[in-house]
Design a protein around this ligand. Sequence first.
Ligand SMILES: [Zn+2]
Length: 444
Amino acid sequence: MKRLLCVALALLVLFSSLTLFSCKKDEGVCIEEYTIVIPENADLSTKYSAECLSSLLFEKTGKTVGICLDSEPEREKEILLGETSREESQISLALDNGQYTIFTSEDKIVLRGYEIYIGSACYALASAYGAISGDKIYTSKLPSEPCAYTYSAPNAYSSVIFMIGDGMGEAHIQMAEEKAEFSFIAKSFPSKATSITRSLSVINGDASFTDSAASATAMATGYKTINGYIGIDKDLNPLKNVRELAHEQGAKTAVISTDLITGATPSSYMCHDASRDNDEALTEQINALVQSGAIDYCQGDVGDELTTHTKTALNQISQNNSAFFVMIEEGIIDKKAHSKDAQGVIDTVKRFNDAIAYATQFTLMHPEVALIVTADHETGNLVPTTPGKYYFGSFNHTNKNVPIFALGAGTAELNEQKIENTVLAQFCARAYSSAPFGDSTVYE
Ligand SMILES: [Zn+2]
């Protein structure tokens, strides 16, 4: 028996050394020699996956990998993202929802994915195969044939990107997609849920619908409150919000909005006041946070720079693998819906979608991040009527439920749930602490 084992061992050693001799040893190539190539008409997912991959490679290697279009002359070493015109990108493998592939072909590295999941292929290149070490890439460690892999998210999350479309109901998204001919990226997230937006004023019978202050306070603190209140309960007691909790626990925090920074939604993640209209007090509280460094990135009124600020903030607050919390709001959808301005709603939903597309790729390349896209309430009672036509039934907010879309670590638990908006605060809080957070009252 012992002799047999020895023979087997000897054969194994012989076989291993033969394999070593027969293979060319992979000495690695400095990652800088590669260029990321995307199609000239790349969709948002592919475009932002290239940017996020370049950032991720810089984080890992300290070297910059440039990005170019496939219309530019072919280089020797290329990382091909999406369906580029290079022949290596043309594959017969069919990728289903949630799937991606990664393989090498000569000096090319081919990354393909179903819609948003191009980001998973990028993440696999940077992390999954140990192909990148120091500032070098060892392509022999990567698969040499196209094979379909399926995205899966871990359960544990330590950071949250929380995105709010103010006043954005299902119909606002549908109308924008139809009229501006794009796909709302968050609709392809694996988890979808429904948020019940009623405030304490609605529950008490004092109002027909929530306002942005009570709704954002619910999502920030986990407590339903009175319309108009910012970060306080019905008895005027200040409530801790998730951004404060994250900061307390050593995470970096950020608030970004296309609305004024003193708007009801951003304020609810920073302030405590009995009135959303108390501009002076809100400004003072926000300034104090910024000056003391209790918030790491704080920018309102960002307009068409929403994606730019999203990129800058995410790259800044995630540095050195720091945990973080960021609230990103498209605040103008609500204002346009209040004035029944359909084109305004379409434009702002589209602008929001662009920032979501970046956050999506960032999340797929940072597996400790949970990404939530939702709304604080519906505005305008927007309904589709005859095909292609939409009708605003009101100049005001409604009590309609709003969608929740979730991607990334821990978000599977939200799938197909119908929850009070306060539950979203509790979900966010679990990234930073296991202690109970918010109110556990069940409202009838
Ligand atoms: Zn609102």
